[in-house]
Design a protein around this ligand. Structure first.
Ligand code: PGA
Length: 269
């Protein structure tokens, strides 16, 4: 796990977007795992900017989203279908038939989940998985005590997540309690993961995930076992890390060839 502490959310967005752009330049038919929530929004804006400058072609890219609320139609304003189209897909040249977002209206959950996982396998697996982290430590919607080997399935949200996500729904609406989510085991098969977090609200859970014990009570802590994960956070989310100085020292002392392999300093604005 490589912890990269950056000045602010915008810097996190730029570095994460750059890593994704590099992946697509290396392999134009890359497979991306995508996340929703407020965390990845600035990164999607950055990808749109790079695309509009003519520097990023999504025409052969395939995407798989992590999760969706069960019972919400794709055109519901709080659905992750709507989120993804509004924040990214409507602004880039990704092909509609290569976009996969779990279907919240599926009539047969186990069959649908098996099909979704099969689609990921059929395209050769996920090259880069984008992740946020819930304040209860979830990745995807894998709530505390989810099996660390879980596959895609339905899951019941905790009260904490329901509270956290109320802001995306109209005041008169109930947040759905049941969701479809890639499992922790599914996420762990991605070749590279980028987990982003910003703001003081995430400082405690980031410390638990990075430096705490590996535990299903913080499903994101499983990333300690992932061979290529970048944890990109801003200063506010880094305040409870015991080893923060070491992560900064490590980044500052990284050989130039290794920095250049992932990040383009010339693109810093
Ligand atoms: P947030 O959600 O990005 O809106 O904070 C993260 C998550 O629940 O995974």
């Amino acid at each position: 796990m490589e912890v990269i502490i950056l000045p602010d959310a915008q810097a996190v967005a730029r570095q994460a977007a750059h890593l994704i752009a590099q992946q697509i330049h290396r392999n134009p038919a890359s497979v991306l795992g995508l996340a929703t929530g407020s965390t990845p929004e600035p990164m999607y804006a950055e990808l749109i900017r790079i695309h509009r400058e003519g520097k990023l072609d999504f025409s052969r890219v395939t995407t798989f989203n992590l999760d969706e609320y069960l019972g919400l139609s794709p055109d519901h304003p709080a659905s992750y279908h709507r989120f993804m189209h509004e924040k990214l897909f409507d602004h880039i040249n990704v092909s509609k038939d290569r976009i996969y977002i779990p279907d919240g209206l599926t009539a047969d959950v186990p069959k649908y989940c098996a099909w979704y996982e099969e689609r990921i396998r059929a395209v050769g697996g996920i090259d880069i998985q984008v992740l946020g982290i819930g304040s209860d430590g979830h990745i995807g919607f894998n709530e505390p005590t989810s099996s660390l080997a879980s596959r895609m399935r339905n899951k019941t949200l905790t009260q904490k997540t329901i509270e956290d996500n109320k802001r995306f729904f109209a005041p008169s609406e109930k947040v759905p309690t049941e969701v479809l989510t890639m499992g922790v085991g599914t996420i762990m098969e991605a070749r590279t993961c980028i987990l982003m977090a910003h703001g003081a609200r995430k400082a405690s859970v980031i410390a638990k995930m990075v430096e705490g014990p590996l535990t299903a009570m913080v499903t994101a802590s499983v990333m300690q076992l992932h061979p290529r994960t970048f944890v990109m956070i801003d200063e506010a989310a880094a305040t409870q890390l015991q080893m923060a100085d070491y992560y900064r020292f490590q980044w500052e002392n990284k050989p130039e060839w290794e920095k250049r392999a992932f990040f383009c300093h010339a693109d810093k604005r």
